[in-house]
Design a protein around this ligand. Structure first.
Ligand SMILES: NC(=O)C1=CN([C@@H]2O[C@H](COP(=O)(O)OP(=O)(O)OC[C@H]3O[C@@H](n4cnc5c(N)ncnc54)[C@H](O)[C@@H]3O)[C@@H](O)[C@H]2O)C=CC1
Ligand SMILES: N[C@@H](CC=O)C(=O)O
Ligand code: NA
Length: 436
């Protein structure tokens, strides 16, 4: 066996599906290159899958279904986890870390809930925990947050972090394609999670928002701290209405450092559909692509863009982590540890400042506008723009607000729905990317 200075890093791969299969391919095809870059040969010591008989393409001597044995094996230095879900994966990775193995994972659900415990186990053993593939697939985003921007003060991270929902919304917007058929196509292309409700209901994006907020604000934020709304209620008519107004709809993750009037800071993290102008840079992000803005005091605005899902793009991020772990092992160092020293409180969604776009079907008679405006004023919500269009004896009224606490905006919409002059609340959506 040829080695680089005699060094070999032995890898246990857990899961060989969409992403794992591409990791095996790239590790094999690029073995010599990776060895030169890592300073050690990176070799597969075992591959755990649920059904070994379903993987005739893999070397039989490497394949096993006994994950517990593989992750603690003396023949393994690094565990790469590409199975997904929380249990039993959490326990496997804790066992691996306790046994002195470094871990590379793409598992956002796990990292969004249990990263503190995993980091603790990694610290106790002096090993690495890397998870670049867990957020925004191929895009280098977590390493910039953990390392490149470690000297700056980040104020906002906002963007498209779920490829499946972006693929669906883009298709609905551009071709008017139906929701169900587009979701099926996203699953076929390997973008969707094993259970695609994780994508469409916003759980996947909420996990990613928790990871991004934790890293950006040096605070432990878990998925349950993130306000979550998916795209299941976004209809073709919402997209059509947005189009008429020169806007489109995207599912965004928005993580912000919010400073109160008294100077105290908190963190807000949310995932929900958002209406943005069609000339906004995020509006042009199509298919399974992701794009994330980071705003920091000294750096200003940064944008990260690329393929957020799919086997090969995600495998690229996994291999980057694997090379980092191998390099650390070669020099006897470690990558960054958990940074949660700021421990900022998480701000409830109701107190988070947002802006609403409210589209109403109203009676076409005098005084309607005044009643609607009064409902906004009653909750201290200031109106930024109003647009009215008449049709026979009804009219369509579109109101866009200035920033206000989300709870005040919700209460306003509830009150408006009760007004006699309002026939129907046609659509309510938060707005980003427009002048306040
Ligand atoms: N597919 C994508 O575009 C992306 C996926 N990810 C994450 O990567 C991970 C893997 O995703 P995919 O490759 O898409 O999933 P997949 O469903 O295609 O593959 C999962 C693999 O895990 C194995 N597995 C499942 N249960 C097992 C068990 N009990 N014991 C042993 N093996 C078991 C299966 O045999 C399969 O090989 C997930 O955490 C996912 O969230 C992250 C970014 C993008
Ligand atoms: N299901 C996820 C995969 C990548 O994280 C997505 O659609 O973005
Ligand atoms: Na990434």
């Amino acid at each position: 066996m040829s080695t680089v200075d005699g060094r070999v890093i032995r890898v246990a791969l857990l899961g060989c599906g969409t992403v794992g299969g591409e990791v095996v391919r790239l590790l094999t095809e690029q073995a010599d290159e990776l060895a030169a870059r890592a300073g050690a040969r990176v070799e597969l010591a075992g591959i755990a899958v649920r059904r070994p008989d379903k993987h005739p393409e893999l070397p039989p001597e490497l394949v096993t279904s006994d994950v517990t044995k593989l992750v603690t094996s003396g023949e393994v230095d690094v565990v790469v986890e590409l199975v997904g879900g929380i249990e039993p994966v959490r326990q496997w990775l804790l066992d691996a870390l306790k046994a002195g193995k470094s871990v590379v994972t793409a598992n956002k659900a796990l990292m969004a809930e249990h990263s503190a415990e995993l980091f603790e186990a990694a610290d106790a053993s002096g090993v690495d925990l890397y998870f670049e593939a867990a957020v925004a697939g191929a895009i280098p985003l977590l390493r910039p947050l953990r390392e490149s921007l470690a000297g700056d003060r980040i104020t906002r991270v906002m963007g498209i972090v779920n490829g499946t929902t972006n693929f669906i919304l883009s298709a609905m917007d551009s071709t008017g394609a139906g929701y169900a058929e587009t979701l099926e196509e996203a699953s076929r292309l390997g973008y969707a999670e094993a259970d695609p409700t994780a994508d469409v209901d916003g759980y996947d994006a909420a996990s990613k928002a928790a990871i991004l907020a934790s890293l950006a604000f040096h605070t432990r934020v878990t998925a349950s701290d993130v306000h979550r709304e998916g795209i299941a209620d976004v209809t073709a008519s919402d997209l059509a209405a947005a189009k008429v107004l020169g806007r489109t709809v995207k599912l965004l993750a928005i993580c912000e450092r919010v400073t109160s009037d008294d100077g105290t800071e908190s963190v807000s993290a949310r995932v929900h559909p958002v209406m943005i102008p069609r000339d906004h840079q995020l509006a042009g992000v199509g298919g399974a692509y992701n794009a994330v803005y980071v705003e920091a005091d000294a750096a200003g605005e940064l944008m990260f863009y690329g393929q957020g899902a799919g086997g090969a793009p995600t495998a690229s991020a996994v291999l980057g982590d694997l090379v980092a772990v191998a390099r650390n092992r070669v020099v006897g160092g470690r990558g960054p540890r958990e940074s949660a020293h700021a421990a900022l409180p998480v701000r409830p969604m109701g107190q988070t400042p947002t802006r609403y776009h409210v589209s109403l079907d109203v009676a076409d008679r005098a005084g309607v506008l005044a009643q609607v405006a009064q409902a906004f004023a009653g909750h201290g919500v200031s109106i930024a723009a109003v647009r009215q269009r008449d049709a026979n004896d009804t009219a369509s009224l579109v109101v866009v607000t200035h920033l206000a606490p989300d709870a005040a905006l919700r209460s306003t919409v509830d009150d408006i729905a009760e007004l006699d002059v309002v026939n129907q609340v046609v659509s309510v959506m938060r707005v980003e990317g427009e002048d306040q």
